[in-house]
Design a protein around this ligand. Structure first.
Ligand SMILES: Cc1cc2nc3c(=O)[nH]c(=O)nc-3n(C[C@H](O)[C@H](O)[C@H](O)COP(=O)(O)OP(=O)(O)OC[C@H]3O[C@@H](n4cnc5c(N)ncnc54)[C@H](O)[C@@H]3O)c2cc1C
Length: 236
């Protein structure tokens, strides 16, 4: 497996439990928005699943750095990330994954649970830079309003990327802001927000159980099975 050497640059706190980590690669790395990499704290023993984990690229490929965003836990991997010092060397795998943005996708919907937002950030930032005339809708579900990662970056994109509609919802308790819905995403909710589910490419990212539930809901709302693109973030 090709290994990319990087140096840790900085971390950015997004919510109480979610942080972004930025790395400078030794050589240019090209990836397609939607892809992920394996961050390896034990590159010698590649079977070490505790210290080598998959994280999605969470910023546009045009940035001068590689960004990953992790929902932090008490795991050894999370601790290694939090203990990184600027300049420290970290190994990554070459970019992986086929659940990516393609130029022919003109009508898109993203149905996202929690930390599943990471690859979507890379896709939306890429669309904004290329002003590709995309019609995209993001349904972004969290437990609480405080858990909404990337809120300011998403609100910036809504102002700048015409054709982007964002719908926030929370399931844990009644939200304070008027632009956030309360309750689980179901067929009626999706149908009330968009009437053309049958014409959209639909990306579903999040914890595996959420992905399975949302697949069924999107099919009920009229989405074509051939247009569904899903990635379960195994480990949650
Ligand atoms: C394609 C892909 C992209 C991902 N992108 C992101 C991302 O951008 N941000 C992010 O935070 N997470 C992402 N994940 C999940 C990430 O790889 C970790 O599994 C997750 O962050 C949990 O790691 P942890 O060290 O916090 O938890 P741990 O405490 O190590 O794990 C939590 C629980 O999950 C189990 N588990 C962990 N890994 C696996 C596994 N591979 N298979 C089965 N069970 C497992 C553990 O046994 C434990 O019970 C992605 C996963 C995949 C597959």
């Amino acid at each position: 497996m090709r290994i990319i050497k990087t140096n840790f640059l900085e971390r950015v706190k997004l919510t109480e439990t979610v942080e972004s980590f930025r790395f400078q690669p030794d050589e240019p790395v090209s990836f397609v928005p939607g892809q992920f990499s394996r961050i390896m704290f034990d590159p010698v023993n590649q079977d070490n699943k505790d210290l080598n984990k998959y994280l999605s690229f969470s910023a546009s490929p045009s940035k001068g750095y590689l960004e990953f965003t992790k929902r932090l836990s008490l795991s050894d991997f999370s601790r290694r990330l939090q203990d990184l010092k600027p300049g420290q060397e970290v190994s990554l795998s070459a970019p992986l994954g086929n659940c990516v943005l393609k130029p022919e996708y003109k009508k898109i919907a993203f149905v996202i649970g929690g930390i599943g937002i990471t690859p979507v950030m890379s896709m939306l930032e890429y669309m904004n830079e290329n002003k590709a005339g995309v019609d995209a809708a993001l349904f972004y579900s969290n437990r609480l309003e405080e858990d909404i990662a990337f809120k300011s970056r998403i609100d910036f994109l809504v102002k700048n990327l015409s054709g982007l509609k964002v719908v926030y919802n929370v399931t844990g308790c009644q939200p304070k802001s008027a632009d956030c819905f309360f309750g689980m995403i179901n067929k009626d909710f999706l149908s009330s927000q968009l009437s053309d589910w049958d014409q959209r490419e639909v990306f579903i990212f999040g914890p595996p159980k959420m992905v399975e539930a949302m697949k069924a809901v999107c099919l009920e709302a009229g989405c074509s099975r051939d247009n569904l693109k899903t990635e379960g973030f195994v480990g949650y």
